[in-house]
Design a binder for this molecule. Structure first.
Ligand code: NDP
Length: 241
């Protein structure tokens, strides 16, 4: 039977690579976008009924519940949730305003909480499902001038491990993937010297691609990962943690 996946922030960057990879692996994929409407529409044009796009701000828990209910009713029963949507920001710790702090935590941590809670209502009833959270190397080791981002992503790893324990008996796995430096709009703000420096710090001597992350997500979503839960999988070219 065709498996159904929900990918947040699926219209561009890592999320888009995950959507494409899961469709190529035979899934039907519901994905969300917030601002990238044109890119989302291009996906729907390319993949037709194999995907469905939802405009959704993941920080709006009511809208998240409504979108998940609609996916379950009109698209299919969600087997896999990928909490990918997120924001990043560089700032000195002492320059982080209350507003910046709350926006980061709300997007990168609470968003995954809202989506997981909405989907688990269905997964627990069915006693099956897989949740995959996209964290970050900075959530594992901490990133200077990205304390709010690092804190949110570390929280996501903590949520992963704790939730895995809680829902294991319901047949649900919860894992995270922590990418290193991946070339997307999120990292395009770095100048070429910084990117060269980051590449130099990576034993595999290259910047990662969205497809590198999508491969790890596809593995964790597959039956090959049925006995893996509560784990954080680093996809970082060997960058030292
Ligand atoms: P992009 O900036 O390319 O994509 C971010 C995605 O998140 C977009 O699809 C965007 O949707 C979505 N998004 C942001 N805020 C919201 C919101 N409030 N509601 C709904 N969707 C939202 O970045 P990446 O593809 O690089 O990042 C994807 C994930 O990977 C993030 O969680 C990021 O933290 C993580 N990551 C990235 C790394 C990298 O080096 N690139 C390294 C480690 C982790 P839209 O465009 O439609 O607004």
């Amino acid at each position: 039977m065709t498996k159904i996946a929900l990918v947040t922030g699926g219209a561009k960057g890592i999320g888009a690579a995950i959507v494409k990879r899961l469709i190529n692996d035979g899934y039907k994929v519901a994905f969300t976008f917030n601002h990238s409407e044109e890119k989302a529409q291009n996906f729907v044009n390319e993949f037709g009924e194999k995907c469905k796009a939802y405009k959704l701000d993941i920080t709006d828990s009511t809208a998240v519940n409504e979108a998940v209910d609609d996916i379950e009713k009109t698209f299919g029963k969600i087997d896999v949730l990928v909490n990918n949507a997120g924001i990043a920001e560089q700032s000195l710790f002492t320059d982080i305003s209350d507003e910046m702090w709350h926006k980061m935590i709300e997007t990168d941590l609470s968003g995954a909480f809202y989506c997981s809670r909405a989907v688990l209502k269905y997964m627990i009833n069915r006693k099956s499902g897989k949740i995959i959270n996209i964290s970050s190397i900075w959530g594992e080791i901490g990133g200077s001038c990205e304390v709010h981002y690092s804190a949110a992503k570390a929280g996501l790893i903590g949520m992963t491990k704790a939730l895995a324990k809680e829902v294991g008996l319901s047949g649900i796995t919860v894992n995270s993937v922590s990418p290193g430096v991946i070339l997307t709009d999120m990292t395009r703000c770095f100048d070429s010297d910084t990117m060269d420096e980051l590449k130099g710090e990576t034993p595999l001597n290259r910047i990662g691609t969205p497809e590198d992350v999508a491969g790890a997500v596809a593995f964790l979503a597959s039956s090959d990962a049925d006995f893996i839960t509560g784990q954080d999988l680093a996809v970082n070219g060997g960058m030292s943690i």
